[in-house]
Design a protein around this ligand. Sequence first.
Ligand code: ARG
Length: 230
Amino acid sequence: LSTFAQSSAPTLQVATEPTFPPFEMQDQATGELSGFDIDLMTAIGEAAKLNIEFVSLPFDGIIPALQSKTMDAAISGMTITAERAQTVSFSRPYFKAGLAIAVQEDNTSIKNFSDLEGKQIAVQIGSTGAQEASTIEGANISSFDSASLALQELINGKVDAVVNDGPVTLYAIRQAGLQGVKVVGELVTEEYYGIAMPKDSPYLNDINNALELLIQDGRYRAIYQTWFAG
Ligand code: ARG
């Protein structure tokens, strides 16, 4: 009996909202998850001797699931914010991102954030993009379950702009072949992604130490190259 107990590493239920390539995506046919966050969390599990079990959740359901401890952690391109840090704990930052504005390719009137006043804007529900867009004077905001649905709304000409994480919008255009849209202006914000956990998580130190190790020994770099090279 004691040998059984010893050999079992803890299994962490790790939430993600998998419509956010290249950070997390799901194969429609097989259900298989892939992406930068998936590779990184898998490597963290190996380094910290934790079994990782990914669970797909709607983005706005992730923080409540951590608060209720239904989930042990979440990796989901989630920006570390002061507001979220009141209810969950974050690992050290693992990726620098920021919000970008996307418009239709032939749009010449929207060049920066202040040009969004009074415009129709699509965002992903519960995201920092949604929060930022809500501060724009007179803007009409439509919220979608995923960033890709928000971008589709722009392609369909139903909105003037999308406010979404820059690396994700750029990946959609450059790597996934999304056509008819472009990114304009500078990044609207500077944001850092962190792995979120319940407030008093016993895994915070293990996860931070593993992240540190992966950054030191080049495994982080290798994962970065896989998803962001070229
Ligand atoms: N970085 C943004 C945020 O934290 C958007 C993250 C959306 N992530 C996702 N997997 N859908 O609000």
